[in-house]
Write a protein that binds this ligand. Sequence first.
Ligand code: AMP
Ligand code: MG
Length: 340
Amino acid sequence: MKSIPKIFLKSIVLLLVLCILTGCSRQPVSYTATDIAMGTVLNQTVYTTGEDETGNITELVRSLERDTLSWRVSDSEIAGLNASQAGIPMSLSEELWEDLLLLQEVSKQSGGAFDFTLGTLTGLWNIDAQAQSDHEEIRIPTEEEIARALENSGYDKVLLKDGCITLEGGIQLDLGAAGKGIACDRIGDYLKGTNITGAVISVGGSVITYGGKPDGSPWQVGIVNPEDTSRLLGTFSLTGEWYISTSGDYERYIEVDGIRYHHILDPTSGYPAQSNLRSVTVIAKSGALSDALSTACFVLGQEEGMALAAYFNAETVFVDKEGNLYLSEGIKDIFRQTAE
Ligand code: AMP
Ligand code: MG
């Protein structure tokens, strides 16, 4: 047998030593992607030692909308429930069962400020579609219509038992206030089975931060300035897995005779919430929770909203119409306000 040249052997030894010193691991590579999913913008920055997973994540969010949450797509799970006969228990997929249990709890604890049964009312206002349509077609519902829609809503008209849901007559589920946060939860579950070492992904107004950056620096998550959405009021530094959701009156609205009708409705009045707020941001350990709470807090206003979020161990930032910022105690140290 021919002997291996010395120089070659030395190289192998050197490589082995280097490999041991560096752990032989691949350095994470970053991938970014921007897509439309769930009727909103899906932005991804992902660090991974494996393949580019951004396409899979986009498909995950799209299929969640298509198969489970959408009330527009007739064969989604929610649309099926809305079309089902009242009073008959309908079995739920395991994930939706877990989500609805949480949403019912937020509905209860918020005294109905967040309510996942507002489908008839939100359909009546139809702010999403109206905001995109020709101004001349805009229509504000009448008081009678609103009163009737409110009669057909109420989280207490929903029974969740043994993995099944039973709806009273007229109830239409609308998970729009929590859907993007639920998408972040599903993304979080997915990331745990991949080689992704860090990610920051936003689905409209809901964001998940996960893992870390290769250089060890924290994620920066911004709070949009409601007066000028191209600017930030400030940023949070976060490390590890967090879920951040914002509800604001600037996100989707219509204007008639100088009055702004935005998309966050007060279930007590049936009209857009008037709580002297421009936006609420909630930071929590689950996306469904942060998203549902951001809507609830917007309806309740700063004082009651902060107490509600504290009950769920979530942190908050409220921005009022005068541009004042109110931060909960736990995040004051990680927030940096933008210089004027
Ligand atoms: P978000 O932007 O997360 O605050 O969610 C707003 C969306 O949730 C709206 O477009 C409606 O579909 C729905 N919605 C509006 N008001 C409420 C409310 N008080 N509780 C639950 N869902 C609501
Ligand atoms: Mg929300």
